[in-house]
Write a protein that binds this ligand. Structure first.
Ligand code: GLY
Length: 360
């Protein structure tokens, strides 16, 4: 069944309507320490929510683990959840990933609704059916593909996000805009990546952000509909993530952690450079994006001694195949080339470009 994506302007009304539509036996709600305080009050007056059983987990990606998962299963069991029960996940990507996995595995699967409360969660984690937890230091190592029956998105939640968390989600929106072209899909791509680059990130226009967000979600939705289990075209969504994950991991090792979307933004710049040298991607577009990233995301610094550590991290990327470091690259905007490989010389040339461009 197709996942419903609902653009909500009054979450209380829209959630109440949705709960009225779906028949269930027992309603359960998952929050975390932050969303319990900030977001739950927006839905707590709904009579069905007042009757629901609520469980609050600790926030932070380091709690996306087997212990928290087990606690959620225990909560469902002890409160009589059955195959017809419904779980609502109210939170960011960590919570919707873990809650989705708990629901997908409890009694071989109960239905769940995601209400993402961060921009990153709305544009990426909550949509598209990837669920899971981290295991033995490896991110999202254990999980299943299982789609929420509905994703309810209310941009009002994002007004409480700080600039860094907004930018983190915005990087995934940039990625989606690069994956579709006017010619390929005029209906999906009404505004395109130039509208994203023109956005004043210091002075956000929220209605405009909301329009761009839904255009962006549509891009992901279309790709996931074609290839839920990431056997082919869904790999397009990995654009920026091979370098991005290596930067993110290095930032944790160096004890100067960066948000996921920041690492993806720098990763996009690197992978567009790789696209330029290998596939002839337009250099002017690459530079436009690189300037936007530099101005808004700043720079992640490392020195050339860390190139070899970045190689190692890329070599451990779970997207690799047959011992090769794999990338999604672009010939042009919307002209996606998955399963591309690059040697260490090309990777180093890309890192040199990054260091020169960002003056590090
Ligand atoms: N975050 C990439 C995907 O959902 O496939």
């Amino acid at each position: 069944m197709k996942q419903q994506i609902i653009r909500s302007s009054l979450i209380e009304k829209d959630l109440a309507r949705l709960l009225d539509e779906w028949k269930y036996d027992g309603l359960f709600l998952l929050t975390d320490e932050n969303t319990d305080k900030i977001c739950f009050p927006l839905i707590e007056k709904i009579p069905e929510i007042q009757r629901a059983k609520k469980y609050c987990i600790a926030s932070g990606d380091h709690h996306k683990n087997i212990e928290t998962l087990s606690a959620v299963w225990k909560f469902l069991t002890e409160n009589g959840a059955n195959r017809k029960s419904l779980l609502i996940n109210l939170g960011g990507g960590m919570l919707t990933d873990l809650g989705g996995f708990a629901a997908a595995t409890f009694k071989r699967g109960i239905r769940f609704i995601n209400i993402p409360t961060t921009l990153l969660g709305a544009v990426d984690a909550a949509v598209g059916g990837k669920t899971g937890i981290n295991f033995r230091g490896l991110k999202n190592e254990i999980g299943v593909f299982a789609s929420a029956i509905a994703v309810l998105i209310d941009a009002d939640f994002f007004k409480t996000l700080d600039r860094a968390n907004l930018l983190s989600g915005y990087a995934e929106m940039l990625k989606h805009a690069l994956l579709t072209s006017d010619a390929a899909n005029p209906k999906v791509r009404k505004q395109g990546f130039m509208s994203l680059l023109q956005m004043d990130m210091e002075n956000l226009n929220y209605p405009k952000l909301n329009d761009l967000l839904f255009e962006s979600i549509l891009v992901k939705e279309r790709i996931v509909e074609e290839d839920l289990a990431e056997q082919g075209i869904r790999k397009a969504l990995n654009l920026g993530h091979t370098f991005g994950h290596a930067f993110e991991s290095l930032s944790h090792e160096l004890k100067k952690p960066v948000l996921h979307g920041y690492a993806v933004a720098w990763g996009i710049v690197c992978e567009l450079y790789l696209s330029f040298i290998k596939l002839g991607f337009d250099k002017d577009i690459l530079l436009k994006i690189a300037y936007f990233v530099k101005e808004n995301y700043g720079v992640f610094t490392f020195d050339c001694h860390q190139y070899s550590r970045l190689h190692e991290l890329m070599q451990h990327d779970k997207k690799n195949e047959s011992g090769n470091i794999c990338f999604t690259l672009l010939k042009a905007i919307g002209a996606i080339e998955i399963n591309q490989t690059a040697g260490l010389k090309e990777i180093d040339e890309t890192l040199d470009f990054y260091c020169d461009f960002f003056h590090i």
